[in-house]
Design a protein around this ligand. Structure first.
Ligand SMILES: [Zn+2]
Length: 342
């Protein structure tokens, strides 16, 4: 049986043992408090003692145990507060951890480029609400109620108020701008539009358009043709040709659709141009005099042209994107591929 003096020696040993590091502290715990430590051994001895000796011996061992545990807790707190000096010093020559830079969305790339081309020939950006009223979206643009051409665009109406809708094109901004400004007017309108369409690989209920309007004295179809040609050559390449085909829009008369020689295969024939060598890029025409009058502009004095193009379709053709939904899913792996292009 350990004598009283042996217990005193153990107590002194604990008091003099001063671990300086986390591993040393752990060793301290194992030596004294752990399940194979010296205190555990003393408690084993305690079990074997006759009752009269148990009391004194037990009290002594408990005193040592409390001292050991108290010291362990105290040292543990101290060590957690100081920096561990045994760790390797920071390597200041290590390359910094970099945060990956974002990049512009392909839609934005196309829009920014188109906007800068039109701005270079004097067009200003105009903006308008995406929640529109029926008059600006349809009536002002020569599309009165019950006009069959309203069927051309499947519209999101607000159920409680049919006069409020999500704009189906960026053209209502033209009407808003003409009501407030007299010619000469030369604006482009980039923005988001909405159609009540089933979402698939080829169509979506939201997409982007860029719309242009030029109203002044003596504006003619020749000006429109040259503007489209200039845009196409700046946007795609300097050798593209354009082709104008007659078309119909309620707000322009005459109306046309413009094709460019395929910017993917250079008119040799490929899946994008369906082997025709031509790709449709926009619809346009001379602004219908009714539209000018609806917006308070003298149609005897002024003429104008307007054009509008869908951004998604051409963006998808340029980049070979097969599914329009990829443009809206915000998958960084997809978007990262376009960094620095256009
Ligand atoms: Zn082609």
């Amino acid at each position: 049986m350990p004598t009283h003096s042996e217990i005193q020696t153990l107590l002194a040993e604990i008091e003099q043992n001063n671990p300086q590091t986390a591993p040393e502290l752990e060793q301290f715990r194992l030596d004294y408090i752990g399940s194979k430590g010296k205190l555990k051994a003393l408690f084993e001895v305690l079990k074997t003692l006759p009752p009269d000796e148990k009391k004194t011996f037990g009290a002594n061992v408990n005193q040592v145990k409390q001292a050991a545990e108290q010291k362990y807790q105290q040292l543990k707190e101290q060590l957690s507060e100081v920096v561990d000096n045994t760790a390797a010093p920071a390597d200041l020559t290590m390359p910094a951890q970099t945060t990956r830079l974002g990049s512009r969305h392909p839609i934005s790339l196309f829009l920014h480029r188109a906007v800068s081309i039109f701005r270079s020939i004097g067009f200003q950006i105009a903006d308008g609400p995406e929640i529109e009223d029926d008059w600006h979206n349809f009536t002002a643009l020569n599309t009165p109620e019950d006009h069959p051409s309203r069927d051309m665009q499947d519209t999101f109406y607000i159920q409680t108020n049919p006069a409020v809708l999500l704009r189906t094109h960026t053209s209502p901004v033209q009407a808003r701008y003409m009501k407030k400004n007299q010619p000469p007017i030369r604006i482009i309108v980039p923005g988001r539009v909405y159609r009540n369409e089933t979402i698939s690989a080829r169509s979506h209920c939201q997409f982007h358009q860029i719309e242009g309007l030029y109203v002044a004295e003596n504006v003619s179809l020749a000006d429109l043709k040259q503007t489209i040609l200039y845009f196409a050559r700046q946007m795609f390449n300097k050798d593209v040709q354009i082709r104008l085909r007659p078309s119909f829009f309620p707000f322009t008369e005459p109306s046309l659709e413009a094709d460019v020689t395929c910017f993917i295969c250079h008119a040799k024939g490929c899946p994008v141009c369906k082997y025709s060598g031509w790709v449709e890029i926009l619809g346009a025409g001379m602004v219908d005099p009714n539209v000018l009058e609806n917006c308070g502009i003298d149609s005897q004095k002024y003429t104008g042209f307007a054009f509008g193009m869908g951004i998604e379709r051409t963006t998808m053709q340029i980049y070979g994107i097969k599914d329009i939904r990829l443009l809206y899913e915000n998958d960084a792996r997809f978007l990262r591929q376009f960094a620095g292009s256009l």
